[in-house]
Design a binder for this molecule. Structure first.
Ligand code: SAM
Length: 396
Protein backbone atom coordinates (compact mmCIF):
# COMPACT_ATOMS: atom_id res chain seq x y z
CA UNK A 1 0.00 0.00 0.00
CA UNK A 2 1.26 3.43 -0.87
CA UNK A 3 1.23 6.36 1.55
CA UNK A 4 -1.45 8.63 0.09
CA UNK A 5 0.34 11.72 1.45
CA UNK A 6 3.27 10.98 -0.85
CA UNK A 7 1.12 10.52 -3.96
CA UNK A 8 0.62 13.31 -6.52
CA UNK A 9 -1.93 13.34 -9.33
CA UNK A 10 -1.04 15.13 -12.59
CA UNK A 11 -3.83 16.16 -14.94
CA UNK A 12 -3.91 16.85 -18.63
CA UNK A 13 -6.35 19.23 -20.22
CA UNK A 14 -8.73 17.27 -22.44
CA UNK A 15 -10.94 18.63 -25.22
CA UNK A 16 -12.96 21.79 -24.62
CA UNK A 17 -15.62 21.73 -21.90
CA UNK A 18 -14.53 18.35 -20.65
CA UNK A 19 -13.03 18.00 -17.23
CA UNK A 20 -9.27 17.42 -17.11
CA UNK A 21 -8.15 13.79 -17.25
CA UNK A 22 -5.56 12.10 -15.05
CA UNK A 23 -2.32 11.92 -17.02
CA UNK A 24 -0.08 10.23 -14.49
CA UNK A 25 0.74 9.81 -10.83
CA UNK A 26 4.07 10.37 -9.10
CA UNK A 27 5.13 9.15 -5.69
CA UNK A 28 7.79 10.68 -3.46
CA UNK A 29 9.69 7.37 -3.01
CA UNK A 30 9.73 6.46 -6.71
CA UNK A 31 11.83 8.03 -9.46
CA UNK A 32 9.25 6.97 -12.09
CA UNK A 33 5.65 7.90 -12.87
CA UNK A 34 2.60 5.64 -13.01
CA UNK A 35 -0.52 5.51 -15.17
CA UNK A 36 -4.05 5.07 -13.90
CA UNK A 37 -4.81 1.34 -13.52
CA UNK A 38 -8.16 0.74 -15.20
CA UNK A 39 -10.22 -2.38 -14.53
CA UNK A 40 -9.87 -3.83 -18.03
CA UNK A 41 -6.08 -3.29 -18.01
CA UNK A 42 -5.91 -5.18 -14.72
CA UNK A 43 -7.73 -8.14 -16.30
CA UNK A 44 -5.47 -7.96 -19.38
CA UNK A 45 -2.41 -8.14 -17.10
CA UNK A 46 -3.81 -10.95 -14.95
CA UNK A 47 -4.56 -12.97 -18.08
CA UNK A 48 -1.11 -12.26 -19.53
CA UNK A 49 0.51 -13.33 -16.28
CA UNK A 50 -1.53 -16.53 -16.04
CA UNK A 51 -1.03 -17.48 -19.68
CA UNK A 52 2.70 -16.70 -19.76
CA UNK A 53 3.12 -18.79 -16.66
CA UNK A 54 2.00 -21.83 -18.68
CA UNK A 55 3.63 -20.78 -21.98
CA UNK A 56 7.04 -20.10 -20.40
CA UNK A 57 6.93 -23.33 -18.41
CA UNK A 58 5.96 -25.54 -21.36
CA UNK A 59 8.15 -23.92 -24.03
CA UNK A 60 11.03 -23.27 -21.63
CA UNK A 61 11.22 -26.93 -20.64
CA UNK A 62 11.59 -28.03 -24.29
CA UNK A 63 13.83 -25.30 -25.74
CA UNK A 64 17.18 -23.79 -24.92
CA UNK A 65 15.98 -20.27 -25.75
CA UNK A 66 12.61 -18.46 -25.74
CA UNK A 67 11.71 -14.84 -26.47
CA UNK A 68 9.15 -12.30 -25.31
CA UNK A 69 8.59 -9.37 -27.69
CA UNK A 70 6.59 -6.32 -26.57
CA UNK A 71 5.98 -3.87 -29.44
CA UNK A 72 4.23 -1.18 -27.37
CA UNK A 73 5.87 -1.60 -23.97
CA UNK A 74 4.34 1.39 -22.17
CA UNK A 75 5.75 3.20 -19.14
CA UNK A 76 5.93 0.08 -16.96
CA UNK A 77 3.96 1.24 -13.91
CA UNK A 78 0.34 1.73 -12.84
CA UNK A 79 -1.40 3.13 -9.79
CA UNK A 80 -4.62 1.47 -8.65
CA UNK A 81 -6.68 4.01 -6.71
CA UNK A 82 -9.19 1.33 -5.58
CA UNK A 83 -6.68 -0.37 -3.32
CA UNK A 84 -3.98 2.31 -3.27
CA UNK A 85 -1.37 -0.03 -4.77
CA UNK A 86 1.36 0.17 -7.36
CA UNK A 87 1.37 -2.46 -10.16
CA UNK A 88 3.67 -3.24 -13.05
CA UNK A 89 3.10 -3.25 -16.81
CA UNK A 90 3.39 -6.06 -19.35
CA UNK A 91 7.23 -6.10 -19.76
CA UNK A 92 7.76 -6.53 -16.01
CA UNK A 93 4.98 -9.12 -15.70
CA UNK A 94 6.69 -11.22 -18.40
CA UNK A 95 10.06 -11.11 -16.66
CA UNK A 96 8.71 -11.81 -13.20
CA UNK A 97 6.84 -14.82 -14.58
CA UNK A 98 10.04 -16.22 -16.12
CA UNK A 99 11.88 -15.71 -12.81
CA UNK A 100 9.14 -17.37 -10.75
CA UNK A 101 9.20 -20.37 -13.13
CA UNK A 102 13.02 -20.53 -12.99
CA UNK A 103 13.23 -20.20 -16.79
CA UNK A 104 14.79 -16.72 -16.70
CA UNK A 105 18.20 -17.86 -17.92
CA UNK A 106 16.64 -19.16 -21.18
CA UNK A 107 14.58 -16.04 -21.89
CA UNK A 108 15.34 -12.89 -23.77
CA UNK A 109 13.07 -9.84 -23.73
CA UNK A 110 12.70 -7.43 -26.65
CA UNK A 111 11.04 -4.24 -25.48
CA UNK A 112 10.08 -1.56 -27.95
CA UNK A 113 8.37 1.75 -27.24
CA UNK A 114 8.40 4.90 -29.37
CA UNK A 115 8.09 7.48 -26.58
CA UNK A 116 11.38 8.51 -25.01
CA UNK A 117 9.82 9.45 -21.68
CA UNK A 118 7.96 6.13 -21.44
CA UNK A 119 11.02 4.06 -22.26
CA UNK A 120 13.15 5.95 -19.72
CA UNK A 121 10.43 5.46 -17.16
CA UNK A 122 10.20 1.75 -18.01
CA UNK A 123 13.94 1.33 -17.41
CA UNK A 124 13.57 2.90 -13.96
CA UNK A 125 10.68 0.56 -13.11
CA UNK A 126 12.75 -2.43 -14.23
CA UNK A 127 15.64 -1.24 -12.04
CA UNK A 128 13.28 -0.68 -9.11
CA UNK A 129 12.19 -4.33 -9.52
CA UNK A 130 15.89 -5.39 -9.60
CA UNK A 131 15.49 -7.03 -13.01
CA UNK A 132 18.52 -7.96 -15.07
CA UNK A 133 18.80 -5.35 -17.85
CA UNK A 134 21.31 -7.51 -19.72
CA UNK A 135 18.44 -9.86 -20.61
CA UNK A 136 16.65 -7.05 -22.38
CA UNK A 137 17.05 -5.45 -25.80
CA UNK A 138 15.50 -1.97 -25.67
CA UNK A 139 14.51 -0.13 -28.82
CA UNK A 140 12.87 3.22 -29.29
CA UNK A 141 11.25 2.97 -32.72
CA UNK A 142 7.89 2.89 -34.42
CA UNK A 143 6.48 -0.57 -33.87
CA UNK A 144 6.10 -1.61 -37.49
CA UNK A 145 9.70 -0.71 -38.37
CA UNK A 146 11.05 -2.34 -35.27
CA UNK A 147 9.13 -5.59 -35.48
CA UNK A 148 10.11 -6.22 -39.09
CA UNK A 149 13.78 -5.88 -38.13
CA UNK A 150 13.17 -8.27 -35.25
CA UNK A 151 11.45 -10.74 -37.61
CA UNK A 152 14.47 -10.60 -39.96
CA UNK A 153 16.53 -11.70 -36.97
CA UNK A 154 14.01 -14.32 -35.76
CA UNK A 155 13.74 -15.94 -39.17
CA UNK A 156 17.50 -16.54 -39.07
CA UNK A 157 17.55 -17.48 -35.36
CA UNK A 158 14.25 -19.25 -34.75
CA UNK A 159 13.05 -19.71 -31.17
CA UNK A 160 9.58 -19.82 -29.60
CA UNK A 161 8.43 -16.22 -29.27
CA UNK A 162 5.45 -14.64 -27.57
CA UNK A 163 4.37 -11.31 -29.11
CA UNK A 164 2.53 -8.74 -27.03
CA UNK A 165 1.04 -6.14 -29.40
CA UNK A 166 -0.83 -3.59 -27.34
CA UNK A 167 -1.19 -0.25 -29.15
CA UNK A 168 -3.39 2.73 -28.30
CA UNK A 169 -4.79 2.87 -31.83
CA UNK A 170 -4.93 0.69 -34.95
CA UNK A 171 -1.39 1.12 -36.20
CA UNK A 172 -0.98 -2.65 -36.70
CA UNK A 173 -0.16 -3.88 -40.17
CA UNK A 174 -1.96 -7.09 -41.14
CA UNK A 175 0.93 -8.30 -43.29
CA UNK A 176 3.25 -8.06 -40.30
CA UNK A 177 0.86 -10.22 -38.24
CA UNK A 178 0.86 -12.69 -41.12
CA UNK A 179 4.64 -12.63 -41.23
CA UNK A 180 4.89 -13.34 -37.47
CA UNK A 181 2.58 -16.33 -37.78
CA UNK A 182 4.56 -17.76 -40.70
CA UNK A 183 7.45 -18.39 -38.28
CA UNK A 184 7.09 -21.64 -36.32
CA UNK A 185 6.29 -21.51 -32.57
CA UNK A 186 5.16 -17.90 -32.48
CA UNK A 187 1.98 -16.59 -30.98
CA UNK A 188 0.37 -13.22 -30.51
CA UNK A 189 -1.70 -11.46 -27.89
CA UNK A 190 -3.09 -8.51 -29.83
CA UNK A 191 -5.14 -5.57 -28.66
CA UNK A 192 -7.61 -4.83 -31.46
CA UNK A 193 -8.72 -1.30 -30.62
CA UNK A 194 -12.33 -1.52 -31.74
CA UNK A 195 -13.39 1.76 -30.14
CA UNK A 196 -10.68 3.61 -32.01
CA UNK A 197 -11.49 1.86 -35.29
CA UNK A 198 -15.17 2.72 -34.94
CA UNK A 199 -14.40 6.38 -34.26
CA UNK A 200 -12.39 6.74 -37.45
CA UNK A 201 -14.22 4.38 -39.76
CA UNK A 202 -15.99 7.11 -41.69
CA UNK A 203 -12.99 9.42 -41.73
CA UNK A 204 -11.50 9.41 -45.22
CA UNK A 205 -7.86 10.09 -44.24
CA UNK A 206 -7.96 6.97 -42.02
CA UNK A 207 -8.92 4.71 -44.93
CA UNK A 208 -5.36 3.73 -45.87
CA UNK A 209 -4.55 2.87 -42.21
CA UNK A 210 -7.66 0.68 -41.90
CA UNK A 211 -6.82 -1.08 -45.18
CA UNK A 212 -3.44 -1.87 -43.65
CA UNK A 213 -5.04 -3.13 -40.44
CA UNK A 214 -7.25 -5.56 -42.40
CA UNK A 215 -4.93 -6.39 -45.25
CA UNK A 216 -7.74 -5.63 -47.72
CA UNK A 217 -10.69 -3.27 -48.31
CA UNK A 218 -13.55 -5.63 -47.39
CA UNK A 219 -14.18 -3.74 -44.12
CA UNK A 220 -15.51 -0.75 -46.06
CA UNK A 221 -18.92 -2.33 -46.60
CA UNK A 222 -19.61 -2.23 -42.84
CA UNK A 223 -19.26 1.55 -42.62
CA UNK A 224 -22.97 2.16 -43.06
CA UNK A 225 -24.19 -0.72 -40.87
CA UNK A 226 -26.04 -0.15 -37.59
CA UNK A 227 -23.80 -0.22 -34.49
CA UNK A 228 -24.26 -3.87 -33.37
CA UNK A 229 -24.10 -5.35 -36.86
CA UNK A 230 -21.13 -3.16 -37.74
CA UNK A 231 -19.20 -4.33 -34.69
CA UNK A 232 -20.05 -7.97 -35.33
CA UNK A 233 -19.16 -7.67 -39.02
CA UNK A 234 -15.86 -5.87 -38.45
CA UNK A 235 -14.70 -8.26 -35.76
CA UNK A 236 -15.74 -11.38 -37.66
CA UNK A 237 -14.02 -10.10 -40.80
CA UNK A 238 -10.79 -9.47 -38.91
CA UNK A 239 -10.97 -12.92 -37.35
CA UNK A 240 -11.67 -14.56 -40.72
CA UNK A 241 -8.69 -12.76 -42.23
CA UNK A 242 -6.48 -14.02 -39.38
CA UNK A 243 -7.83 -17.54 -39.79
CA UNK A 244 -6.40 -17.70 -43.31
CA UNK A 245 -2.98 -18.29 -41.70
CA UNK A 246 -3.58 -18.87 -38.00
CA UNK A 247 -5.12 -22.18 -37.00
CA UNK A 248 -6.70 -20.93 -33.75
CA UNK A 249 -7.93 -17.40 -33.14
CA UNK A 250 -10.13 -16.34 -30.26
CA UNK A 251 -11.16 -12.81 -29.36
CA UNK A 252 -12.00 -11.64 -25.84
CA UNK A 253 -14.32 -8.65 -25.75
CA UNK A 254 -13.38 -5.94 -23.26
CA UNK A 255 -15.95 -3.27 -22.40
CA UNK A 256 -15.27 0.12 -20.90
CA UNK A 257 -15.34 -0.25 -17.11
CA UNK A 258 -18.28 2.13 -16.73
CA UNK A 259 -20.10 1.90 -20.08
CA UNK A 260 -21.93 -0.90 -21.80
CA UNK A 261 -19.78 -0.42 -24.89
CA UNK A 262 -16.81 -2.26 -26.40
CA UNK A 263 -13.42 -0.74 -25.68
CA UNK A 264 -11.27 -3.35 -27.42
CA UNK A 265 -10.90 -7.03 -28.26
CA UNK A 266 -7.92 -9.07 -27.13
CA UNK A 267 -7.11 -11.48 -29.93
CA UNK A 268 -5.09 -14.58 -29.14
CA UNK A 269 -3.55 -15.88 -32.35
CA UNK A 270 -1.82 -19.26 -32.27
CA UNK A 271 -1.14 -22.40 -34.29
CA UNK A 272 -1.39 -24.51 -31.15
CA UNK A 273 -4.67 -25.93 -29.84
CA UNK A 274 -3.30 -26.37 -26.34
CA UNK A 275 -2.31 -22.69 -26.31
CA UNK A 276 -5.80 -21.67 -27.39
CA UNK A 277 -7.39 -23.80 -24.69
CA UNK A 278 -5.02 -22.59 -21.94
CA UNK A 279 -5.60 -18.93 -22.87
CA UNK A 280 -9.37 -19.42 -22.56
CA UNK A 281 -8.92 -20.98 -19.14
CA UNK A 282 -6.60 -18.15 -18.14
CA UNK A 283 -9.10 -15.51 -19.20
CA UNK A 284 -12.05 -17.21 -17.53
CA UNK A 285 -10.15 -17.73 -14.29
CA UNK A 286 -9.31 -14.00 -14.14
CA UNK A 287 -12.85 -12.92 -15.04
CA UNK A 288 -15.34 -14.89 -12.92
CA UNK A 289 -15.62 -17.74 -15.42
CA UNK A 290 -16.50 -15.55 -18.42
CA UNK A 291 -14.61 -15.01 -21.65
CA UNK A 292 -15.61 -11.36 -22.02
CA UNK A 293 -15.31 -8.38 -19.67
CA UNK A 294 -18.73 -6.74 -19.44
CA UNK A 295 -17.79 -3.50 -17.64
CA UNK A 296 -20.76 -2.28 -15.58
CA UNK A 297 -22.64 -5.52 -16.41
CA UNK A 298 -20.02 -7.80 -14.91
CA UNK A 299 -21.70 -10.44 -12.69
CA UNK A 300 -21.60 -9.57 -9.05
CA UNK A 301 -19.68 -12.33 -7.24
CA UNK A 302 -21.64 -11.54 -4.05
CA UNK A 303 -24.98 -12.38 -5.68
CA UNK A 304 -24.52 -16.09 -6.16
CA UNK A 305 -27.09 -17.87 -8.28
CA UNK A 306 -28.22 -21.37 -7.39
CA UNK A 307 -27.26 -22.98 -10.68
CA UNK A 308 -23.68 -22.19 -11.54
CA UNK A 309 -23.06 -20.66 -14.99
CA UNK A 310 -20.88 -23.65 -15.81
CA UNK A 311 -23.77 -26.08 -15.28
CA UNK A 312 -26.11 -24.20 -17.59
CA UNK A 313 -23.33 -23.76 -20.18
CA UNK A 314 -22.66 -27.50 -20.20
CA UNK A 315 -26.37 -28.40 -20.55
CA UNK A 316 -26.86 -26.20 -23.62
CA UNK A 317 -23.55 -27.31 -25.13
CA UNK A 318 -24.47 -30.97 -24.72
CA UNK A 319 -27.54 -30.64 -26.98
CA UNK A 320 -25.72 -28.34 -29.40
CA UNK A 321 -23.00 -30.94 -29.96
CA UNK A 322 -25.48 -33.76 -30.43
CA UNK A 323 -27.62 -31.74 -32.89
CA UNK A 324 -24.49 -30.97 -34.91
CA UNK A 325 -23.03 -34.47 -35.05
CA UNK A 326 -25.99 -36.87 -34.77
CA UNK A 327 -25.49 -39.84 -37.06
CA UNK A 328 -21.73 -39.21 -37.31
CA UNK A 329 -18.62 -40.61 -35.67
CA UNK A 330 -15.98 -38.07 -34.64
CA UNK A 331 -12.60 -38.13 -33.03
CA UNK A 332 -12.47 -36.05 -29.82
CA UNK A 333 -9.57 -34.06 -31.31
CA UNK A 334 -11.70 -33.14 -34.37
CA UNK A 335 -14.59 -32.03 -32.21
CA UNK A 336 -12.34 -29.94 -29.97
CA UNK A 337 -10.76 -28.42 -33.05
CA UNK A 338 -14.13 -27.21 -34.29
CA UNK A 339 -15.37 -25.82 -30.95
CA UNK A 340 -12.36 -24.39 -29.16
CA UNK A 341 -12.01 -21.10 -31.02
CA UNK A 342 -15.51 -20.78 -32.48
CA UNK A 343 -17.49 -20.89 -29.24
CA UNK A 344 -17.21 -19.38 -25.76
CA UNK A 345 -16.86 -22.82 -24.14
CA UNK A 346 -13.74 -23.87 -22.29
CA UNK A 347 -12.23 -27.28 -23.05
CA UNK A 348 -13.43 -28.62 -19.71
CA UNK A 349 -17.05 -27.65 -20.62
CA UNK A 350 -16.66 -29.48 -23.94
CA UNK A 351 -15.42 -32.61 -22.15
CA UNK A 352 -18.18 -32.43 -19.53
CA UNK A 353 -20.84 -31.98 -22.23
CA UNK A 354 -19.77 -34.99 -24.28
CA UNK A 355 -19.52 -37.11 -21.12
CA UNK A 356 -23.16 -36.25 -20.42
CA UNK A 357 -24.06 -37.51 -23.90
CA UNK A 358 -22.62 -40.95 -23.21
CA UNK A 359 -25.27 -43.69 -23.08
CA UNK A 360 -28.40 -41.89 -24.24
CA UNK A 361 -26.94 -39.88 -27.12
CA UNK A 362 -23.52 -41.33 -27.93
CA UNK A 363 -21.15 -44.22 -27.51
CA UNK A 364 -17.45 -43.76 -26.72
CA UNK A 365 -14.59 -45.84 -28.05
CA UNK A 366 -11.56 -45.15 -25.89
CA UNK A 367 -8.17 -45.87 -27.47
CA UNK A 368 -6.93 -46.90 -24.06
CA UNK A 369 -9.00 -49.61 -22.50
CA UNK A 370 -10.46 -49.37 -19.02
CA UNK A 371 -10.41 -45.59 -18.82
CA UNK A 372 -13.04 -42.86 -18.76
CA UNK A 373 -10.49 -40.11 -19.45
CA UNK A 374 -11.12 -38.62 -22.89
CA UNK A 375 -8.04 -38.77 -25.12
CA UNK A 376 -7.58 -36.89 -28.44
CA UNK A 377 -7.77 -40.11 -30.48
CA UNK A 378 -10.94 -41.44 -28.79
CA UNK A 379 -13.92 -41.69 -31.11
CA UNK A 380 -17.49 -40.75 -30.30
CA UNK A 381 -20.39 -42.29 -32.18
CA UNK A 382 -23.37 -39.92 -32.01
CA UNK A 383 -26.73 -41.71 -32.26
CA UNK A 384 -29.34 -40.49 -34.76
CA UNK A 385 -31.99 -40.66 -32.05
CA UNK A 386 -31.52 -40.68 -28.27
CA UNK A 387 -31.53 -44.24 -26.93
CA UNK A 388 -34.06 -44.27 -24.17
CA UNK A 389 -33.39 -46.64 -21.31
CA UNK A 390 -36.26 -49.17 -21.12
CA UNK A 391 -38.61 -47.99 -18.35
CA UNK A 392 -39.09 -50.30 -15.35
CA UNK A 393 -42.57 -51.82 -15.36
CA UNK A 394 -44.51 -50.48 -12.45
CA UNK A 395 -46.48 -52.92 -10.37
CA UNK A 396 -48.89 -50.20 -9.31
C1 SAM B 1 -1.40 0.65 -24.28
S1 SAM B 1 0.18 1.25 -24.01
C2 SAM B 1 1.10 -0.21 -23.69
C3 SAM B 1 0.85 -0.79 -22.34
C4 SAM B 1 1.69 -2.01 -22.02
N1 SAM B 1 1.59 -3.03 -23.04
C5 SAM B 1 1.24 -2.61 -20.70
O1 SAM B 1 0.40 -3.51 -20.69
O2 SAM B 1 1.72 -2.16 -19.67
C6 SAM B 1 0.71 1.71 -25.60
C7 SAM B 1 2.13 2.29 -25.69
O3 SAM B 1 2.48 2.33 -27.06
C8 SAM B 1 3.31 3.48 -27.29
N2 SAM B 1 3.19 3.75 -28.74
C9 SAM B 1 2.21 4.41 -29.40
N3 SAM B 1 2.42 4.36 -30.74
C10 SAM B 1 3.54 3.61 -30.93
C11 SAM B 1 4.25 3.15 -32.09
N4 SAM B 1 3.82 3.42 -33.31
N5 SAM B 1 5.32 2.38 -31.90
C12 SAM B 1 5.75 2.05 -30.66
N6 SAM B 1 5.14 2.46 -29.52
C13 SAM B 1 4.04 3.23 -29.66
C14 SAM B 1 2.72 4.53 -26.38
O4 SAM B 1 3.72 5.49 -26.05
C15 SAM B 1 2.31 3.69 -25.17
O5 SAM B 1 3.31 3.69 -24.20
Amino acid sequence: MLDINKLHTHYKQSKQNKKPKIEKYTYDDFDFYMWEYEEQTKIKHNVLNKYLDAWITILGSKNSRINYYDGFSGCGAYYDHHNNKFSCGSPIIAQQTAISRRIYSKCHFYLNEDSESNINNLKKVLEYNKLDLSKITFTQERYNDNINKFLDYLEKNPAPTFFMIDPYGIDVDFNTIKRIMSIPRTEIFLNFMYNYLNRFITNLPSEAGINQLYGNTDWQKFRSYKEDLKEQGLVELYRNNLKTFSKYTYQYRMSFPNQNKTYYYLFHITQNIKGCSIMKDAFASCNMGNVEFLGPNQPNPDQMVLLSTSDSKVESLKLKIWELYKGQTKKYSELLDEFIDSSPYLERHIKQAIRKLEGEYAKFNHVKERTRTIAPEDTIEFFIKPKLEPKQMSLF
